[in-house]
Each structure stands twice: as C-alpha cells, then as structure tokens.
Design a protein around this ligand. Structure first.
Ligand SMILES: Cc1cc2nc3c(=O)[nH]c(=O)nc-3n(C[C@H](O)[C@H](O)[C@H](O)COP(=O)(O)OP(=O)(O)OC[C@H]3O[C@@H](n4cnc5c(N)ncnc54)[C@H](O)[C@@H]3O)c2cc1C
Length: 382
C-alpha cells in the first residue's frame, strides 16, 4: 500500500494552496458580510483550469483524478467553505452531465463547463421534496417534440448566476434530468436565501413556469431515469463535500493551536492546561481519521470499487468531524470565538450546513444501517 501523494498530486496541491491563500482567503469575510457569490474567484479558478481537474481530457478536462479534486476542495474548505460549496455545485452540475448525458450531450455541453466559460448549478430539491426525491412535484410534460417544465426548486447554489442548470422533473414515465439554459423562456430566478452561514453560497429559488425545452435537453435520452443519474453522481459530490469538511476542520485546529499558545490565563498560555490539550488531541485524531477515510474512499472510487455504504459513511463522518472540531474551536477561543469581528464565528455558522448539504446525516446513517442489515436479511425502508 502506498499512502504517498504522487509528484503530480503534490504539484497540484502546491497550486491549490497558493490559489486558496492568495485569491480565496482574502475574500472570505467580504462574501459573508455582503452575502454575495465569489464570482471573480470562479473566473480566476477557471483561468487556471482548476474547474477542469476531475474531468476527462476528451471534454477538455485535466483528467487529474478524484483525489486531486478532493485536495482542491480541502484547500478551498480551509480558507472559505462558501467558495468550496460554489465550486462543488458547479462541478456537480458538470458531473451530472458526464454521468447521465449521451455522448452528443457530453461533447456539446461539457467543454464550456469544464473550462469555466459557463457556470453550472443543479436544481433537484423542492420545497416539499428534499431527502425524499420521489416527492418531486416539478413536471415535464411532452407537447409535440418539446418538454414543458412547471414547478419550483429551492436551495439552488449558483442558481442566480449559473448559465446552465441541471433540473430534476417528473415525466409521465418517471423522473428525468433536463439541461436548462438560463435564457430559456419560463425559467425565472427567484430570491437568494438569507442563510445562517455559507452566505457566499446562498441557495436560490428557481421557478419553471411553462419552460419549453427541446427533447434533446433530456439527459441521456428518453429512457434515462433521472434518479439513477443523480445517484451515480452522489459519490463525486459527496467526496468533494467530505474533503471541504476536512479542510475547515484542519483550519479550526490550526487556529485553535495558535490561539491556545498565545492566550495567557492564570499565569501562562492556555495550551498548558490539560483540558485544552485534550481538546487539541481529540481534534487532531478526528481529523486524521477523516483524512484517511477520505483518501481511501477517493482511491476506492478511482478503482471503481466504492459502494453506497462507503460514500454514506464518508459523508456522515465528514459532517460530524467538521462540526465537532469547529464547535471545539469556538470553545477554545472563548469569548473571541463568539464575536462577529473575528472569523471563528463564521466558521461555526458555515460548518453547520455540512450535516445537511448533499444528504443529511440521518439519511447517511440510514444508508449505512440498511446495508448492514441487508447483509443479514433484514429489509429496511427510509
Ligand atoms: C448549504 C446547502 C446547499 C444546498 N445546495 C443545493 C443545490 O445546489 N441544489 C439542490 O437541489 N439542493 C441543494 N440543497 C438542498 C439539500 O440537498 C437538502 O437540504 C437536503 O437534501 C435535505 O432536504 P430538506 O432540507 O428538504 O430536509 P428534509 O428531507 O425535509 O429533512 C428534514 C429532517 O428530517 C430528516 N429525515 C428525512 N427523512 C428521514 C428519514 N427517512 N428518517 C430519518 N430522518 C429523516 C432529515 O435528515 C432532516 O433532519 C442544499 C442545502 C444546503 C444546506
């Protein structure tokens, strides 16, 4: 077994780290305060081909692998989780097309997304259908040789500036995914959510009001089931979230160490207090367990050997570790961790979404339990 990064991955890591420090970190506080998306960062990332990292060369991708994509998300997560979520939403939209599109659709749609000439979003969840996608009420009705979409989508990250959205809708013959251009008549961008955190990556409400699409906008053609396409994309999107969680957790530990060695109470640095040392030790241990799990899962995925259970366990653990570590980060910072003028308060608000975004912790636990029990013949249902 070789746990070392390759020379190419190390080269990418240096590049991601420089980009995150120089271009992403300086904007993190401003995005949160102004509740605006990191548009300039996305364009700079595109210019450096960072959005192309996980995609095949035949669609203008870098073909650098899933671990390299994870390393990118980790570095972004360290400095600005909202930027990581924005990049993740764009790459997930492209990956939905890669996973479900016909060769013709991939050839025509992917290069502009991979190069970042166009920005993508995915619009799956609705006000009455979140974890349970069978409740999706958006309809896609065939009218001659066009589909007509009607419905409403919620929490769509990048929804207000994306050039292209992948939309889940219900046809008369089952669920399907559609590619919707932002200029399509009947696509109306609603409001940007006022969020607790991740304010630079706020979800939007999108209305589809008699939105007419050519039949060729249906991903994968007439027989492709939309839920299957989404399920095939979950490993990718959840791996990205897991690495972003790793990044913010590492940031929390680094900030906590720095604070603990400088903060003087009772005649010395709080780092010399055993209870603070215990927090630091537990944070570091949890982070290392997540790092190993994330790297191993990326490796399994690259080998085509990952299971739904592997992905669910990773997504679950990533959300748990990141929220636990950042909670302790606030505690170690004491009152400083609770004030708006210091960044730790933002980390706490941002990280809270990680047990909800891309599949809640409860749904991941259900998936793991379902697999454990199925092995002994017990059938469960969500
Ligand atoms: C930061 C962020 C970004 C997002 N980005 C996007 C995006 O770009 N595009 C998009 O389409 N969506 C996006 N979402 C939506 C996200 O996918 C949903 O919020 C998530 O899937 C949960 O759905 P819900 O909010 O409707 O909660 P619900 O499904 O209503 O769940 C509510 C609670 O009930 C629990 N629950 C549900 N079913 C069960 C069950 N069977 N057993 C036990 N507990 C259960 C859940 O775990 C949760 O705790 C985003 C969400 C967040 C927070």
């Amino acid at each position: 077994m070789d746990f070392a990064l390759t020379d190419e991955q190390l080269m990418f890591l240096d590049m991601f780290r420089d980009f995150a420090r120089q271009e992403v970190a300086p904007l993190a506080e401003e995005l949160d305060r102004q509740e605006r998306p990191p548009l300039e960062t996305i364009h700079k990332a595109a210019a450096l081909d960072l959005l192309a990292i996980p995609f095949p060369e035949q669609y203008d991708g870098m073909n650098a692998g899933l671990l390299a994509y994870g390393l990118l998300m980790e570095e972004l997560g360290k400095v600005c989780l909202a930027t990581a979520v924005t990049v993740g939403a764009h790459c997930t939209a492209a990956m939905l097309i890669a996973a479900g599109g016909t060769e013709e659709q991939k050839q025509s749609l992917l290069p502009s997304l991979v190069k970042g000439h166009k920005i993508g979003a995915y619009a799956i969840v609705e006000p009455d259908a979140g974890s349970d996608l069978s409740g999706v009420a958006t309809t896609a009705r065939l009218d001659g040789n066009e589909y007509v979409l009607n419905g409403r989508k919620s929490h769509v990250v990048n929804g207000d500036f994306a050039d292209l959205l992948v939309v889940l809708a219900q046809t008369e013959r089952g669920p399907a995914c559609f590619v919707v251009d932002k200029s399509s008549p009947g696509l109306v961008v609603g409001w940007r959510n006022k969020q607790m955190g991740l304010r630079g990556a706020a979800g939007c409400t999108i209305f589809l009001d008699g939105c007419r699409l050519a039949m060729s906008n249906r991903l994968g053609g007439e027989e492709q089931n939309g839920h299957d396409i989404i399920r095939r994309t979950w490993p990718f999107s959840r791996l990205g979230v897991a690495f972003a969680c790793l990044g913010i957790a590492e940031r929390g530990l680094a900030d906590s160490v720095e604070f603990a060695r400088n903060r003087q109470q009772f005649g010395g640095p709080i780092a010399l207090k055993q209870i603070i040392q215990r927090y630091l030790a537990d944070m570091a241990t949890q982070i290392e367990s997540l790092r190993h799990m994330a790297h191993y899962t990326a490796w399994l995925m690259e080998q085509g050997r990952s299971s739904e259970r592997d992905i669910a366990m990773l997504k679950l653990w990533a959300g748990e570790v990141a929220t636990w570590v950042i909670n302790k980060t606030v505690q170690i910072h004491g009152g400083m961790g609770y004030i708006k003028s210091f960044h730790v308060e933002r980390l706490y608000r941002d990280v809270r979404a990680m047990a909800i975004h891309e599949g809640t912790a409860e749904l991941q636990r259900l998936a793991v339990a379902e697999d454990i029990l199925a092995a002994v013949g017990v059938v469960t249902a969500p």
